[in-house]
Write a new protein. Structure first.
Length: 203
């Protein structure tokens, strides 16, 4: 209950103080990348419940001659990279926090297609609400392997506390200022998770 109240306090305060930034970013996204301004995608939340997550759009919709989307690295513009490196693209996620789909701190919500690929331990990341930032994000983010990232997520589930959340929020601010650990080496974004047998059974 305390965590939910803190989430609401932070989200409401951020909207009240930051609405000019949100409006200006929305306008710039519209001018730089076109519409839609927001990127939305279905993601699993607590207990695997599916919700729609919102972010500012950071990629173009460029396609090849066959109508297929170009690779991420070709669609990620300089402005889109700026949004990601500063985590400004995550600001619309505050709406998900207000709705109760997400928390400020928790494991990042991933793709629904990963749900059957988790082993028993990895699946524990869904015992709590997903977060805008999390323990894995401040300890390597996209430079980590999937297995290391999931282990950090589960460690957070097992050790979550008010003071740990405060620590993660301050560490997140430092990471954003330094713009560290945004992409996996050699990738514009994190490569897809294909499953892992190293941390337990999948059933």
């Amino acid at each position: 209950m305390l965590k939910r109240l803190i989430d609401l306090l932070i989200a409401v305060t951020a909207f009240l103080i930051g609405w000019p930034i949100l409006l200006n970013l929305a306008l710039i996204v519209r001018l730089q990348l076109g519409s839609p301004i927001l990127f939305s995608q279905l993601r699993p939340g607590k207990d695997g419940r599916i919700f729609r997550m919102y972010k500012f759009r950071s990629m173009t919709s460029a396609v090849d001659s066959g109508g297929n989307l170009l690779p991420d690295e070709q669609r990620l513009t300089r402005f889109g990279h700026f949004l990601r490196s500063t985590s400004l693209d995550e600001l619309p996620g505050l709406f998900n926090v207000l709705k109760g789909d997400m928390s400020i701190v928790g494991p990042r919500p991933l793709l629904p297609e990963y749900l059957p690929l988790y082993n028993v331990r990895q699946a524990r990341r869904h015992e709590v609400r997903p977060g805008i930032t999390g323990w894995a994000q401040v300890n390597g983010r996209n430079t980590l392997s999937w297995e290391d990232k999931f282990e950090l997520d589960v460690w957070y589930v097992e050790h979550q506390s008010f003071w740990l959340d405060v620590k993660i929020i301050f560490m997140t601010a430092f990471k954003v200022i330094k713009r560290k650990d945004i992409n996996q080496q050699g990738e514009a974004t994190m490569s897809k998770f294909a499953g892992s047998d190293c941390l337990g059974n999948k059933d």
